[in-house]
Write a protein that binds this ligand. Structure first.
Ligand code: PHE
Length: 306
């Protein structure tokens, strides 16, 4: 082509090129739109659909009760200590002034292990020995945890739980013990001025010893805590026996102690109206649904401090 022909043809070709490009882009957009619309239609979320049920765990009544008792006593300044479930005879019995032929040793229905002198702890009191033997005074601790006795019927389980309390200080006395127990019972059962009675009793590791009863009524086969009609035993306590202090190398001329021990299952049954001890360990979902607790907003001193 001549120069002027080339200029003309170029113009025309550019117009055609632009037209083809426009067509191409339009078609492309059209296809993308179709694709997007079909996505919008097919992937639409139906917000009116009911949600699938979320299965969440719940807090076992024993855990709940342990946490409640722990947080009440922690608010009074008691520190949580734990001890091993496999103990020796010395910590579980001998150091606690329960000698070889003491009837209490037979009463405890102990699970002995094959290894000499080893057993499953029959109470949380050996933690007292472990803590006192460290001789870091004063002492103000609680020891929550599982305990074991060779016993199995409607009111006894071979594994159960206790909370031990121990305070050792220069001026520890029975009046302090009574007020700690009273506050614990009032706060736990959420009953102000709950009737509390300290009844003289005997434990080899405390002297004097007392069992603590709370007031209740048992009319028409229903138990009501906090009434002033009958007494119900809830825990054991006393001043730490001087022999026990000495067994741990504590100067009993300078230091006094008080201790208490309570059964967690019993506390849980009384507060939450549970009447069959064995159900605690059956893992029966229907029972758990009824008696366990919502984990949300649940105060938890034990796990919270770890
Ligand atoms: N250890 C005792 C029991 O298992 C309870 C107890 C603890 C009593 C501390 C007095 C002092 O029955």
């Amino acid at each position: 082509m001549s120069k002027s022909e080339k200029a003309n043809a170029g113009k025309t070709l550019n117009i055609i090129k632009k037209e083809i490009e426009d067509h191409f882009l339009n078609k492309r957009q059209e296809i993308l739109d179709i694709e997007l619309n079909s996505k919008l239609i097919n992937e639409k979320i139906d917000i009116s659909l009911p949600v699938r049920p979320v299965k969440s765990g719940s807090i076992h009544p024993i855990t709940k009760t342990l946490d409640e008792i722990t947080s009440i006593l922690a608010s009074m300044g008691f520190e949580v200590k734990e001890g091993p479930h496999i103990e020796d005879e010395y910590n579980n019995f001998t150091a606690l002034n329960i000698s070889e032929n003491h009837p209490a040793r037979q009463d405890h229905d102990t699970f002995y292990l094959n290894k000499k002198n080893m057993l499953l702890r029959t109470h949380t009191s050996p933690v007292q020995i472990r803590v006192m033997s460290q001789k870091k005074l004063p002492i103000k601790i609680i020891a929550p945890g599982a305990t074991y006795r060779c016993d199995d019927d409607a009111t006894h389980s071979p594994m159960f739980h206790q909370v031990e309390g121990l305070l050792v200080d220069k001026n520890a006395n029975m009046a302090q013990l009574k007020s700690v127990i009273k506050i614990l019972l009032e706060k736990f059962f959420q009953i102000e001025n709950i009737p509390v009675r300290f009844r003289p009793s005997y434990f080899p590791f405390t002297e004097p010893s007392a069992e603590v009863d709370i007031g209740c009524s048992k009319k028409n086969n229903t138990l009501e805590i906090g009434k002033d009609e009958e007494w119900l035993e809830v825990l054991g306590c006393g001043m730490v026996n001087v022999k026990v202090l000495e067994n741990c190398g504590i100067d009993a001329e300078k230091y006094r102690g008080f201790a208490f021990g309570l059964g967690v299952e019993r506390f849980a049954m009384l507060k939450y109206g549970i009447n069959d001890l064995r159900m605690f360990y059956e893992n029966d979902l229907k029972w758990l649904k009824n008696y366990s607790f919502n984990p949300n907003g649940f105060p938890n001193i034990i796990r919270g401090l770890r």
